[in-house]
Design a protein around this ligand. Structure first.
Ligand SMILES: NC(=O)c1ccc[n+]([C@@H]2O[C@H](COP(=O)([O-])OP(=O)(O)OC[C@H]3O[C@@H](n4cnc5c(N)ncnc54)[C@H](O)[C@@H]3O)[C@@H](O)[C@H]2O)c1
Length: 435
C-alpha cells in the first residue's frame, strides 16, 4: 500500500473528489467533510453546483444546515470543472446507472465520468466506483479506460468498487453504521480502499474482487425485487381466494425463524430495485443464461399499477360507478414513505392509467409539490375535508406517516388502501378496501 497516501488518509490531508452529487454522492460528501476531510464535489448540473455552493441541499437526508456548515468551513466546494481532480488523492464515482428504453444497462454516465478521471489521473490516486452496475464493469470497462493514461492499476494508481447501500429516509441506518462491502482490482487496491472507508464507516467487509463487490449489490437488490414479486403474487392469489393477504403475512411473520415479511404494494419505485436486477440479467444474457427469477419478479412487479386500476374499476363498479368521470384523489406519489423521490414511482403509472381511463384525478403528497408526466404538470392539492369528502374514491399509494388516517377514514366515502396504512384506524372500516 502506498504509505504516503495511507498517511494522508489517516491525517485527513487527503483531498477527496466525489463525482455526482445526488442521493448517493451528496450524503457521502457531507459525511467525509464532517470527519475532517476536504471535498471537491463534481456535477455536470450547474443548477446543483450553484445550489450546493449556496449552502442548500435537494436531498431529503441532508439538511441545508449541514451543507451550509461544510461550505462555510471550506470543507466542501461543488464544481463542474473537472480540472480540480488534479489535486484529488481519492475519487469516488456516484453517477446514475439507468436503463435504456430497451431495458439494457446505460453505463454512459460512468464512462463519461471516467473519461474525466483519466485526463487528471496521477500516481497514487485511489479511484472507487460506487454506482450500481453489472459484474465486470470495473475490471473490464473502467480499468482499461483509465490505463489509457499510461498508468497501471495496482502499481501506479488504485482501483476499487464499493456499492452504496444508502436507504433514503432511514433514520436508523446511515453511512456510519451500515457496513461497507469493498473489492479491489488488486490486493493493494483493496487494502487502501478499506483504509479509506474505515475513516467513516464502522465496519468494512472485504470481498475478493471488484466483480464480487458488484455482484453483492445486485444480490441485495434482486433479493428485494424477488421477495416483493412473490408477495405481490400472494396478494393476487389471495384476491382470487377472497383472503386478506395482509392478515396472512402478519400471521406468517409471527414465526420467529425462517420467515421475513415483505409487503405487497402498487409496484416498485426508486433508482435501485426496479432497475438494478436488470443489470444482472442483461449480463447473464450475454453468457447465454436466462435469469428466471429476475424476469418473473420484474414482470409481476411492473404490472401492479395495472392491477391497481383493475381493483379500482371493480370497487367503483360495486358502487354502480365507472372509472370514467369518477373523482379520484391519490394520496402519496413518492415511491416510498416519507421521502420526496418519485423516480420510477408506481404512483405515476397509476395516475396515468386512471387518467387514460377517464377518471378525474387529483393528488396530494406533502413531500412532492409538483409532478410532471407526459408534458403535463400536476400540483399537489391541499388535503381539505372538501377535497376528500367530494371524492368518489381515495387511493392510498404511499403511506406517509404524517397523514391522519383516522381523519381520512372518517371523512372519505370510499378508500382503496394499497399499503395497509389504515391498519390501526378504529371505528367503521367497511368502506375501506385493501390491496
Ligand atoms: N438513490 C439510492 O437510494 C441509491 C442507493 C444505492 C445505490 N445507488 C446507485 O448510486 C448511483 C447514483 O444514484 P443517485 O440516486 O445518487 O443518482 P442521482 O441521479 O440522485 O445523482 C447523480 C448525480 O450525478 C450527476 N452526474 C451525471 N453524470 C455526471 C458526470 N458525468 N459527471 C458528474 N456528475 C454527473 C447528476 O447530475 C446527478 O446530480 C446509481 O448507480 C444508483 O443505482 C442509489
Amino acid at each position: 500500500m502506498s504509505k504516503q497516501l495511507a498517511e494522508r488518509i489517516k491525517n485527513r490531508s487527503a483531498r477527496i473528489g466525489i463525482i455526482g452529487l445526488g442521493y448517493v454522492g451528496l450524503p457521502l460528501a457531507i459525511e467525509f467533510c464532517e470527519e475532517g476531510f476536504r471535498i471537491a464535489g463534481f456535477d455536470i448540473s450547474t443548477r446543483k453546483v450553484k445550489l450546493i455552493n449556496s449552502g442548500k441541499s435537494d436531498i431529503g437526508d441532508v439538511s441545508d444546515e449541514r451543507v451550509k456548515t461544510a461550505i462555510k468551513a471550506n470543507a466542501l466546494r461543488a464544481t463542474s470543472d473537472f480540472a480540480a481532480l488534479k489535486k484529488c488523492d481519492v475519487c469516488i464515482i456516484c453517477v446514475p446507472t439507468p436503463l435504456s428504453k430497451t431495458k439494457d444497462p446505460d453505463v454512459s454516465y460512468i464512462l463519461k465520468a471516467c473519461e474525466q478521471v483519466r485526463k487528471y489521473l496521477h500516481k497514487d490516486m485511489l479511484i472507487i466506483l460506487e454506482s450500481t452496475t453489472y459484474p465486470g464493469t470495473t475490471d473490464e470497462l473502467i480499468q482499461p479506460l483509465l490505463e489509457e493514461s499510461g498508468l497501471r492499476a495496482g502499481t501506479d494508481f488504485y482501483l476499487a468498487f464499493s456499492p452504496e447501500r444508502v436507504d433514503p429516509g432511514n433514520a436508523k441506518f446511515g453511512i456510519e453504521n451500515t457496513p461497507r462491502v469493498v473489492g479491489g482490482s488488486t490486493k493493494k487496491c483493496a487494502e487502501i480502499a478499506k483504509l479509506f472507508y474505515s475513516q467513516v464507516v464502522d465496519h468494512v467487509h472485504m470481498v475478493s474482487s471488484t466483480k464480487a463487490a458488484e455482484m453483492v449489490k445486485l444480490l441485495e437488490n434482486t433479493f428485494r425485487s424477488v421477495n416483493i414479486g412473490l408477495v405481490n403474487e400472494v396478494a393476487l392469489m389471495c384476491d382470487r381466494l377472497d383472503i386478506d393477504a395482509w392478515e396472512i403475512i402478519d400471521a406468517a411473520a409471527s414465526k420467529p425463524f425462517g420467515f421475513m415479511p415483505f409487503y405487497p404494494g402498487p409496484g416498485l419505485g426508486g433508482h435501485c430495485i426496479p432497475i438494478d436486477p436488470h443489470y444482472l440479467s442483461w449480463k447473464l444474457k450475454s453468457l447465454n443464461y436466462y435469469s428466471r427469477f429476475i424476469e418473473l419478479a420484474g414482470d409481476i412487479n411492473s404490472h401492479m399499477p395495472e392491477y391497481v386500476l383493475e381493483r379500482i374499476g371493480r370497487l367503483l363498479n360495486r358502487k354502480s360507478k365507472a372509472v370514467r368521470g369518477s373523482k379520484v384523489v391519490v394520496l402519496g406519489v413518492a415511491y416510498k414513505r416519507d421521502i420526496s423521490d418519485v423516480r420510477e414511482s408506481p404512483a405515476l403509472d397509476c395516475i396515468r392509467l386512471l387518467s387514460e381511463h377517464g377518471a378525474k384525478v387529483s393528488y396530494n403528497d406533502p413531500f412532492v409539490p409538483v409532478i410532471e408526466m407526459a408534458g403535463s404538470r400536476w400540483k399537489s392539492q391541499r388535503l381539505t375535508p372538501k377535497l376528500v369528502a367530494a371524492a368518489d374514491l381515495v387511493v392510498i399509494l404511499t403511506d406517509h406517516t404524517e397523514y391522519d388516517y383516522q381523519w381520512l377514514v372518517k371523512t372519505a366515502n370510499l378508500i382503496f388502501d394499497t399499503r395497509n396504512a389504515t391498519k390501526t384506524v378504529k371505528g367503521r372500516k367497511s368502506h375501506i378496501e385493501l390491496l
